[in-house]
Design a protein around this ligand. Structure first.
Ligand code: GDP
Ligand code: MG
Length: 163
């Protein structure tokens, strides 16, 4: 069976955009508005010749603010537990948010490998967010632009030891 890679992170960081790029088909809906209901999706992905199964976590956008963290936590932890490695995405342009920090706390107790990814890192608008991400406790982030396809070689190198 193929190794499993999970994409996790709060809504709107670019998880589905990365999923689409790696699967190469428009299987996951991408929308500018957080709040669109999107389910968890799986697909066969390929990255510079590396083949793996990929899980896009989502489907909690319709939850109200009071229950969102609990639902996100359940889905995030389930996907991470299934995975050989998890990609923890943050938004370099938005910087690290309290929800990112909460997810980082959930992940601290897992035995699964976590690769931190600062997405939306194209251009200079992401520089501060990349530096903030270093404080999350998962090392230096892979700088990526899922939308523009930048940083895919660095993502490959970060995944290689785990798949
Ligand atoms: P998800 O909720 O984490 O699945 O995020 P989406 O993949 O739906 O993306 C949310 C928004 O971020 C969309 O408007 C995307 O076009 C945008 N986005 C995704 N990746 C990038 C990127 O690399 N750079 C920029 N500037 N925007 C991105
Ligand atoms: Mg999504």
């Amino acid at each position: 069976p193929l190794p499993i890679v999970a994409i996790i992170g709060r809504p709107n960081v670019g998880k589905s955009t990365l999923f689409n790029r790696l699967v190469g088909k428009k299987l996951a809906l991408v929308d500018d508005q957080p709040g669109v209901t999107r389910d968890r999706r799986e697909g066969d992905a390929s990255l510079l010749g590396l083949e793996f199964r990929i899980i896009d976590t989502a489907g909690y956008e319709d939850e109200d603010a009071a229950t969102l963290p609990g639902r996100m936590r359940q889905q995030t932890e389930a996907a991470v537990q299934e995975a050989d490695v998890a990609l923890f995405l943050v938004d370099a342009r938005a910087g690290v948010t309290p929800l990112d920090e909460e997810i980082a706390r959930w992940l601290r107790s897992t035995d699964r490998p976590i690769v931190l990814v600062a997405n939306k890192a194209e251009g200079r608008a992401g520089e501060t967010g990349v530096i903030e991400a270093m404080a999350l406790g998962f090392g230096d982030p892979v700088q990526l632009s899922a939308e523009h396809g930048e940083g895919m070689g660095d993502l490959f190198e970060a995944l290689l030891p785990h798949v």
